[in-house]
Design a binder for this molecule. Structure first.
Ligand code: 5GP
Length: 191
């Protein structure tokens, strides 16, 4: 998505450790027009997948996910991150490791919001090692739902997440694919 790539080139900051900071339009301040365009683009790409639920994870996935849900006219659910949980039988739980924060979280969704046979589109802001996306996919499948696709705003293609998700049979669509952040410079995958 050209608009997004331009925004990344203009405002993205490469941090050490192969992390891209985009807090001026995605991770802190948010650009609603750009979010809406991203929602339209995800909706277009997954138009034929029979999606009836959008699933994301708090907090930065929520904005692109709600825009996609708005365009597709379906509900959006965000998984909550929690440090430790008391055992409850009204929620689904999966463990997700965050490489950027170097911590383990449990992500949860109330059972009442996702049902067997649902066709779920997973949306997230970044794809790195695939931990968050796999966690969301496992939660959807735990509920008996089908993962209709995975939509990512920024994929870091030099990390393993996209390959692992594709190898597991998921359809992954990323709006910007980054080939490298070496030398503090953003280089996109040639498409
Ligand atoms: P994964 O679970 O695929 O390893 O990492 C994806 C999650 O980690 C995303 O939900 C995002 O919050 C965070 N993340 C991973 N890499 C980056 C990055 O380069 N920049 C930012 N801002 N977040 C990232």
């Amino acid at each position: 998505m050209e608009l997004l790539k331009q925004k990344i080139m203009k405002e993205g900051i490469v941090l050490s450790g192969q992390v891209l900071k985009v807090d001026s339009f995605l991770n802190h301040q948010m650009d609603p027009q750009l979010m809406m365009e991203m929602g339209r683009e995800f909706a277009r790409r997954f138009a034929n997948e029979g999606v009836n639920r959008i699933l994301t994870i708090e907090s930065s996935g929520i904005a692109p996910a709600i825009m996609t849900a708005l365009v597709m006219e379906v509900p959006m659910i965000f998984a909550r991150k929690q440090k430790s949980l008391t055992l409850r039988d009204d929620i689904y739980v999966q463990e997700v490791f965050s490489f950027t924060k170097q911590e383990k979280n449990e992500i949860t969704i109330a059972k009442k919001f996702i049902k067997p046979g649902d066709r779920v589109l997973i949306i997230d802001d970044f794809l790195a090692h695939g931990e968050a996306a796999f966690g969301l996919a496992r939660i959807a499948e735990q509920a008996g739902a089908v993962v209709a696709g995975i939509g990512i705003v920024i994929e870091k293609s030099f990390q393993q997440g996209a390959d692992k998700l594709s190898a597991a049979g998921y359809r992954v669509e990323s709006l910007a694919r980054i080939a490298s952040l070496d030398n503090n410079e953003v280089r996109f995958v040639e498409e």
